[in-house]
Design a binder for this molecule. Structure first.
Ligand code: UDP
Ligand code: MG
Length: 339
């Protein structure tokens, strides 16, 4: 598939015109307390690089003062714009809404809590100027997290890398995307269940990586409930690999071989006149096989649920209002289902 945008010359600097260049996309859910500081430090960094910019804050159904804060910031600097979603649709949808509204030749997606250091932006832009179309900011090992969190995140990323074929080590949503990739993600991927981290890598082209250290949040608290994280992990797996379905097939084959061995042994005993023993063994086998079957049904059910969600084709987000966009730009469509 060929994206709509222009041919790539290999040198992105040549494509920079004097108009808008960098669109920073910040998804924000209840971030009123730290939003001003985050936007200020992003502005400072971009100002010093001398590029023109817009900062698009997507208010993901906040119930604090985030929306008012965006309006206040917009009154101070017209380059700061806001999109308010009609309710909390989740970070993936908020990112999509922001990218869809982005007008820049390049877009940078980052968290609104300063855990993604703005100081990295010049380095990312440098990589982009050198020709990269996707620049991934990659988390160094997070010493501030507990051992269990670090190990489970590392294991999840490792498994996903192995099964999907993309390097997900230290993956974060802090990324720079060239216009070609933005258009690709926004206009050519109609899927609802999105996993942005994976899709940016899936796009291909020249990709580059910049390491960074995750710092503690200054204000507010993490917005991910255990359930939301589990749901994101399921979306990541179901949208990038069908390996779990294959595991079921393999497990079925192993169980069959095991079943044949046990049956031969039982028949052999019976022919030789021994009573077939092992009531406990039968109960254990039944329980184990029953569990395997239920887990397998659950896995298949997850894929079916994702297919169902895709078939329903509901918009991934609904825009309630916008601020700072003029009539000709900004979100063309109040519903997030394409153009
Ligand atoms: N976020 C969002 N919608 C959500 C959850 C999070 O827009 O449903 C935003 C949040 O405001 C923040 C970013 O996504 O700007 C990352 O969230 P958080 O800091 O809670 O995640 P973590 O740092 O643990 O990855
Ligand atoms: Mg955070």
């Amino acid at each position: 598939m060929k994206p709509e945008s222009t041919e790539h010359t290999g040198d992105n600097a040549a494509q920079v015109d004097s108009s808008l260049v960098v669109s920073v996309v910040l998804p924000a859910h209840n971030e009123a307390s730290g939003l001003g500081a985050a936007v200020e430090s992003i502005r400072k960094v971009i100002h010093s690089s001398g590029m023109s910019y817009e900062i698009i804050i997507v208010d993901d159904g906040s119930n604090d003062e985030t929306c008012k804060e965006i309006e206040r910031l917009n009154a101070v600097d017209g380059n700061i714009k806001g999109i308010r979603l009609s309710r909390q649709f989740g970070k993936e949808s908020a990112l999509l809404a922001g990218l869809r509204a982005a007008d820049g030749a390049v877009s940078i997606t980052m968290d609104a809590d300063l855990q993604h250091p703005p100081a990295l932006i010049p380095q990312m832009l440098e990589k982009w100027r050198a020709g990269a179309r996707v620049v991934h900011a990659v988390k160094r090992d997070r010493q501030i997290d507990g051992w269990l969190t670090r190990s489970s995140v590392a294991l999840f990323n490792k498994l996903l890398s192995l099964t999907s074929g993309f390097n997900m080590r230290g993956a974060s949503d802090f990324k720079l995307l060239d216009r070609t990739v933005i258009d690709l993600l926004v206009h050519h991927l109609p899927e609802r269940g999105r996993f942005y981290r994976g899709l940016a890598g899936w796009a291909g082209f020249e990709q580059s990586r910049v390491p960074f250290d995750v710092v503690e949040r200054d204000t507010g608290s993490g917005k991910w409930s255990g359930f939301a994280l589990f749901d994101l992990a399921l979306t990541a797996i179901t949208s990038f690999t069908s390996a779990p379905l294959r595991v079921i097939t393999i497990l079925g084959a192993v169980t069959l071989v095991f079943g044949i061995i046990v049956s031969v042994e039982a028949l052999w005993s019976w022919f030789r006149g021994y009573a077939v023993s092992g009531f406990v063994t039968i109960i254990i086998t039944l329980l184990l096989i029953g569990s395997f079957i239920m887990i397998s049904l659950g896995i298949i059910g997850e894929y079916i649920a994702k297919i169902y969600a895709e078939v329903k084709d509901r918009p991934p987000y609904i825009v309630a209002s916008t601020c700072g966009f003029d009539n000709n730009s900004g979100p063309r469509n109040s519903f997030g289902n394409g153009d």
